[in-house]
Design a protein around this ligand. Structure first.
Ligand SMILES: Nc1ncnc2c1ncn2[C@@H]1O[C@H](COP(=O)(O)OP(=O)(O)O)[C@@H](O)[C@H]1O
Ligand code: SF4
Ligand SMILES: [Mg+2]
Length: 431
């Protein structure tokens, strides 16, 4: 066994687990073949990202610090995906794979280097700053760390009201403002009477609820949740995920849900996209990704997902990847995963695998290869909190009649699209 091989260990059944699903599409890079992008617009598509790329210039550090000269950082490298209104795309990958950059590009906190972002039918890729204000109302973010994202000197009432003031949605001193903040506190399960308390008076989970209330203040259409539970105690995570799930149903929200761990996106997502070193390597509806994954990297991530049934005597081989994600400053040739892949062969080092459809032949209708659309699916999978996670018998992830965006492909009645970028994909059922 070489360093490229994962070690395998017997792993006792774990106790808890969560649900998910997402979607995405092709990648345009200089070293990677790309499908022609003429995909049809999905039914009621809220977000559409086409070959989105972000290269941070050489010498620029994460916080603007100067680094040594050299190649730019290709943090996001030609990714494409769609999210239908009301759906959730789960974006997963190890730290450094470009997830947060993707979220910040979508919300236009960062300017893309190439590619386009279409939101609610409008190209927002190059929107000038004066036109960004209304967009901020429609696209809100929830951040990982509820401690650092709330100003400790402001009351939670002031924190939640801030976006309303910035957007001019309520008068500064008005009763309407206070009433709205109380309403928001109640919505996220906090006591409306705690309006005048400070962040330090709350627990981590409560602080994240404040962060969620702040994000919802402007009645956004899209919420980008960037690892919203990663910093929380395991026992609290399920509560926050269930809160986000309930809010989606109640308010008709659309989510981009970012996590480094597949178990965290399982409950909420309709489609799951797996990201590695700036590119999407596999995307499928939740059920397909968890039960019929094809990419070795996805297999490795899945092997780390806890087994839901604590009483289960099942054991699972865990794939341990060696080393960290390589630097996007100087990514490996061809398939970027090859230095860590136990299946790598010569072609993997010389020829980049395209993101290609692996759905059953003839199942994709008119949707071209290289594209995927996330449409809402129902019912959702089970949650770590004891909510049901297993879809009922019948075709996987089909949407009840009468709902827009009736399948994960955006083609009413069609099966979900499954795409993978690997020369030697192999179906593996990990769960
Ligand atoms: N402002 C920045 N300047 C330079 N490099 C950056 C900047 N922001 C992120 N990066 C780099 O881009 C890559 C992807 O980062 P990020 O999107 O934060 O990944 P993830 O959220 O998946 O951990 C990393 O290598 C990171 O160091
Ligand atoms: S193309 Fe597939 S088999 Fe080859 S290195 Fe990449 S992930 Fe591994
Ligand atoms: Mg991140």
């Amino acid at each position: 066994m070489t360093d490229n091989h994962p070690t395998t260990e017997d792993r006792p059944a774990a106790t808890d687990d969560r649900p998910v699903a997402t979607d995405d599409r092709p990648v345009a890079t200089d070293d990677r073949p790309v499908a022609i992008d003429d995909r049809p617009v999905a039914v009621d598509e809220l977000v559409r990202v086409d070959r989105l790329t972000k290269v941070f210039p050489a010498g620029q550090g994460t916080f603007g610090r100067r680094r040594g000269a050299g190649a730019g950082v290709r943090a996001v490298d030609g990714i494409s995906f769609s999210i239908a209104r009301g759906a959730t795309l789960g974006l997963v990958g190890e730290s450094g794979s470009g997830k947060s950059t993707t979220g910040r590009l979508l919300s236009r906190l960062l300017d893309p280097t190439a590619g386009t972002v279409t939101f609610d039918g409008r190209d927002i890729t190059r929107l000038p700053s004066r036109q960004l204000r209304p967009l901020r109302r429609d696209i809100q973010m929830i951040f990982q760390d509820p401690y650092s994202s709330l100003n400790p000197r402001h009351t939670i009432g002031a924190i939640i009201a801030a976006p309303l003031r910035v957007q001019g949605l309520a008068s500064d001193s008005g009763q309407a403002m206070r009433a709205r903040v109380r309403e928001l506190l109640e919505l996220v399960g906090l006591n409306p009477e705690h309006y005048n308390r400070y962040p330090h008076e709350f627990s981590g989970g409560q602080r994240q609820r404040v962060g969620i209330a702040r994000a919802l203040a402007t009645r956004p259409k899209l919420v980008i949740a960037d690892e919203p539970v990663s910093a929380l105690d395991v026992s609290i995570r399920a509560q926050i995920i269930n809160l986000l799930d309930d809010l989606r149903a109640e308010l008709g929200l659309t989510y981009l849900f970012i996590a480094h761990d597949l178990s965290m996106v399982r409950h909420l997502s309709d489609t799951v996209a797996v990201m590695y070193l700036g590119q999407i390597v596999e995307i499928a509806d939740r059920t397909t990704l968890f039960e019929h994954s094809l990419h070795p990297y996805t297999h490795a991530l899945l092997s780390a997902v806890p087994i839901p049934d604590p009483a289960s005597t099942r054991q699972r081989d865990r794939i341990r990847l060696h080393g960290d994600v390589p630097s996007p400053r100087n990514p490996p040739s061809a398939c970027r995963f090859h230095p860590r892949c136990w299946k790598a062969q010569d072609i993997c080092r010389t020829e980049a695998p395209p993101l290609a459809d692996r759905s059953p032949a003839g199942s994709l209708g008119s949707s071209p290869a290289g594209l995927a659309d996330t449409a809402p699916t129902e019912p959702r999978g089970p949650s770590p909190t004891g909510r049901p996670d297993t879809p009922p018998p019948g075709p996987p992830d089909t949407t009840p009649a009468g709902r827009p965006g009736t399948s994960a492909t955006g083609s009413p009645g069609g099966p979900p699209r499954h795409q993978v970028a690997c020369h030697f994909p192999e179906e593996r059922t990990v769960i």
